[in-house]
Design a protein around this ligand. Structure first.
Ligand code: PEP
Ligand code: MG
Length: 580
């Protein structure tokens, strides 16, 4: 077998070397066997036994996940249990075993396929989402009937590199703190939520490889180079050696970087900027602190709402926000209000299927239409603001009317709490995410209504350049250094400063270290990115002079292409003798 290198999109830095676990390609070899009358009841018993075993397995996973990651994550598996208790499916299988006198696994697979086909045709988002639950549980039951071992992510006994078409939030949540040392997927772009999650979990990952699931065989050894976006399949001994030493270097580099976590994020000539972290789950606040974050610049709250049948309660959200606020002590924590849509769907909210979900009924648009849902979250945020330095911001603001309306809802919730004599920070800082070109271009108007801006480049770039952020086929067009993007960023920063408010960036571009010099030079006040990237951003800022960064930014704004801008940025880093 010859070594092969496949290029994808770097999702989370670091090197992993290990055996693969292919998630999406479970080919069950199921033979058809005719049964005699005497064996029928034994066969039915065997089927019931497999159901019981599966239920036990799922309950165990549920318990483990709930204990390690909180109840809301364990709830993902309640839907799986429901499938196991579906009497229609069970009766269908048992009836067929009796009538057709065929072995259980064969019948079960037939019935399962029929269910999946029928469900897939239904025009109901919720039911279609349940398809993955049915297929997950179905595979488990089959494994138990066939007596093969389960490769579920939660049952891993040894270290593996996970290969998958895509990774669902339930896969990713299960992966947490397990033996997964790296992963690679066919689908996804640099700023898809799979990639963002990988960085948060600090698992080296490459996404958007298109064909990786077809190129590897179970048991193959592969190398994941998450920093360069490369996967090496069946590497030669020499290559393994080379990457072993790269891995060591990376680890050493990482631990050296965390050494200056207590030093201020300040340029040589005294320009101080704030370094903050992006998190998706409350427990990630710990990693933010260890990597030297001076706050949470973006707490994505969608994950509370995903993979469950009901909506998160006010109490549940209040506790989560309060926990993070307390963990960060006096440092600021910016909670972003619900930003569903795009590549994050919530089954229980009956969102209609849309032709262009990224341009659809999402984020603040949804919240203003469903104020019942929005107000529950606002109450939770406000209540938690009594326990720490909480701020909040709205996603996907497209114009000032929307912003004014959101603020009115917030005021009405404040009034409610006052009447109920519930304490909260009356002066909580409120910000707007600037991630739509229309908002960037009217940021002078928006600035009058808020205390700060946070630039969401993941969306800003996709809307400015008309490039779907999660589509690997057009990933080459997704250019953060595009002159149009730089001009938008400059407009936002200048307008914010003119209005006397501060401006941060929480899109992935804030962690794109080649561009740190430019963002600094453009006058950004706060960089918020995955904890793992923070020390590197700080190292660059501490090696720079602000006046030089400003000159580089001016020069960058006069260039014609992203390539030219990148080359200029790279050259300025070389001049500083910074290797990236
Ligand atoms: C962004 O768009 O840059 C952002 C931070 O929000 P999200 O990635 O969650 O859309
Ligand atoms: Mg966004």
């Amino acid at each position: 077998m010859i070594e092969r290198v496949i290029k994808g999109i770097p999702a989370a830095p670091g090197v992993a070397i290990g055996k693969v676990l292919v998630l999406d390609r479970e080919d069950f070899r199921v033979n058809k066997r005719k049964l005699d009358d005497k064996s029928l009841s034994k066969e039915i018993k065997r089927f019931r036994g497999a159901l019981l075993k599966t239920k036990k397995e799922i309950l165990e996973i549920k318990q483990k996940i709930s204990a390690e990651m909180g109840l809301e994550h364990g709830e993902i598996f309640s839907a799986h249990i429901l499938v196991l208790e579906d009497t229609m499916l069970i009766d269908d299988v048992i009836g067929k075993i009796k009538n057709e006198k065929i072995n259980a696994e064969y019948i079960f697979l037939e019935v399962l396929k029929k269910y999946i086909r029928t469900f897939a045709k239904l025009d109901d988002e919720y039911i279609r989402e349940r398809l993955s639950d049915i297929s997950d549980v179905g595979k488990r039951i089959l494994r138990n009937l066939l007596g093969t071992t389960s490769h579920a992510l939660s049952n891993l006994k040894e270290e593996v590199i996970v290969i998958s078409g895509d990774l669902s939030p339930s896969d990713t949540a299960t992966m947490h703190r397990k033996n997964v040392i790296g992963f690679a997927t066919d689908i996804g772009g640099r700023t898809s939520h799979t990639a963002i999650m990988a960085k948060s979990l600090e698992i080296p990952a490459v996404v958007g490889l298109e064909t990786i699931t077809r190129e590897v065989e179970p048991g193959d050894v592969i190398i994941i180079d998450g920093s360069n976006g490369e996967v090496i399949i069946r590497p030669e001994k020499e290559t393994i050696k080379k990457y072993e030493s790269l891995k060591l270097k990376f680890k050493k580099f990482e631990s050296n970087l965390t050494k200056f976590k207590h030093l201020p994020c300040q340029t040589i000539d005294g320009r101080r900027v704030v370094l903050a972290a992006n998190i998706e789950l409350p427990e990630e606040a710990t990693s933010a602190v260890t990597h030297g974050a001076e706050g949470i610049g973006l707490f994505r709250t969608e994950y509370f709402y995903m993979n469950r049948k009901d909506l998160p309660t006010e109490e549940e959200q209040f506790h989560a926000y309060k926990t993070v606020a307390q963990k960060m002590v006096s440092h600021p924590v910016i909670i972003r209000t619900l930003d569903l849509g795009g590549d994050k769907f919530l089954s229980q909210l009956e969102i209609p299927h849309e032709m262009n979900p990224y341009l659809g009924w999402r984020a603040i648009r949804f919240c203003l239409a469903r104020q019942d849902v929005f107000k529950v979250q606002l109450r939770a945020i406000l209540r938690a603001s009594a326990y720490g330095n909480l701020k909040m911001m709205y996603p996907m603001i497209s114009g000032v009317e929307e912003l004014i309306q959101a603020n009115q809802v917030l005021e009405s919730v404040k009034e409610e709490l006052k009447k109920e004599k519930i304490s909260f920070n009356k002066d909580i800082e409120v910000g707007a995410m600037i991630e739509i070109p229309s908002a960037a271009l009217t940021s002078n108007i928006l600035a009058r209504e808020v205390d700060f801006f946070s630039i969401g480049t993941n969306d800003l770039i996709q809307y400015a350049l008309a490039v779907d952020r999660a589509n690997e086929k057009i990933a080459y067009l997704y250019e953060p250094a595009h002159p149009a993007v730089l001009k938008l960023i400059k407009t936002i920063i200048d307008n914010a400063h003119e209005a006397g408010i501060w401006v941060g960036m929480c899109g992935e571009m804030a962690g794109d270290i080649i561009l740190t010099v430019l963002l600094l030079g453009l006058g950004l006040d706060e960089f918020s990115t995955s904890p793992i990237i923070l020390p590197e951003v700080k190292r660059i800022i501490r090696s720079m002079e602000y006046f030089k960064a400003k000159k580089i930014a001016v020069k960058a704004l006069s260039l014609s292409t992203a390539k030219e801008v990148e080359n200029l940025a790279k050259k300025s880093l070389e001049d500083l003798k910074i290797k990236v």
